[in-house]
Design a protein around this ligand. Structure first.
Ligand code: APR
Length: 255
């Protein structure tokens, strides 16, 4: 089946669904200028995740994580939602069909695109806390420490180590957010998976839950994923190109 037919099939899946949940990964933000992790040229090619993104290593060499964070921050600050983010916002705001986005991303682009219910299962860079006294910080405060050359940033109250509220390897995912995500997958009639290699657990257990509970599944990804074989429709390509095509086909079907 060619891509045009798959796009039509995807639009038909969306048309007959009323409780759609989206599950997104770093690939959806690549066309906004933020590299993903595992593609050629991705973040983990430059920064070994075992050195830069594990909780245990953060406690020993926090300057490594904060150096990587500083480079990513400049990309995230200038990044704009791309047509794939905007397509998901339209599915919520115009069609009322998309009920929630479960994202592994910490770039805030879904909220900036206009979606109102976003479950950030890998945490957020919007807030940080001191690991010693638990003092909370907004990202603007932490960015100011970094801009003053403080790497790693230290708590002004107790000199403790400051860490963003993103989930590093070896850290527990936020239990309440994961519970909500599971409930949403079970309530869904369609799961749309965009821009994820589906290789990192427990996040990737959510699409598996959708398969186990008989949900319809649409995948839009540049490369093949381990879940493609279970999808009703799996489309290979760039989300920023594919998603608007699906939305314009949906518009024709509905009008
Ligand atoms: N459109 C669609 N898919 C894309 C695009 C694009 N423009 N660009 C890249 N992709 C696909 C890649 O082919 C890849 O399959 O997005 C996927 C990104 O996979 P990863 O880099 O593994 O990112 P992700 O799945 O989000 O990783 C999950 O791993 O390192 C941790 O915490 C990190 O949240 C991250 C988690």
């Amino acid at each position: 089946m060619n891509q045009e037919d798959k796009i039509k099939q995807a639009a038909e899946l969306i048309k007959k669904s009323n409780y759609i949940v989206a599950f997104t990964g770093a690939g959806i933000s690549v066309e906004s200028g933020i590299p993903d992790f595992r593609s050629p040229g991705g973040l983990w090619e430059k920064y070994n995740p075992n050195e830069y993104a594990t909780y245990s290593n953060f406690l020993i060499h926090p300057e490594k994580y904060w150096t990587m964070h500083k480079e990513l921050r400049d990309m995230v600050i200038t990044a704009q939602p791309n047509p794939a983010h905007l397509a998901l916002a339209t599915l919520e705001l115009e069609y009322g069909k998309l009920k929630v986005i479960i994202t592994q991303n910490v770039d805030f682009l879904h909220s900036r695109a206009g979606n109102t219910k976003v479950l950030e299962i890998h945490g957020t860079t919007q807030t940080s806390r001191c690991l010693s006294c638990d003092k909370r910080f907004h990202f603007t405060e932490v960015e100011a420490f970094l801009d003053q050359g403080q790497i790693p940033p230290r708590c002004p109250q107790c000199e403790g180590l400051i860490k963003t509220n993103t989930i590093l390897f070896g850290e527990q995912l936020p239990y309440d957010v994961m519970e909500q995500a599971r409930e949403e997958v079970i309530a869904a009639d369609l799961l749309i998976i965009i821009g994820s290699s589906l290789t990192v657990y427990p996040a990737a257990a959510l699409p598996s839950l959708a398969v186990q509970t008989g949900k319809r599944i649409l995948i839009v990804n540049r490369e093949i994923t381990p879940m493609d074989i279970y999808a009703n429709v799996a489309i290979r390509g760039m989300a920023g190109i594919i998603m608007p095509k699906i939305l314009s086909t949906l518009k024709e079907l509905i009008n």
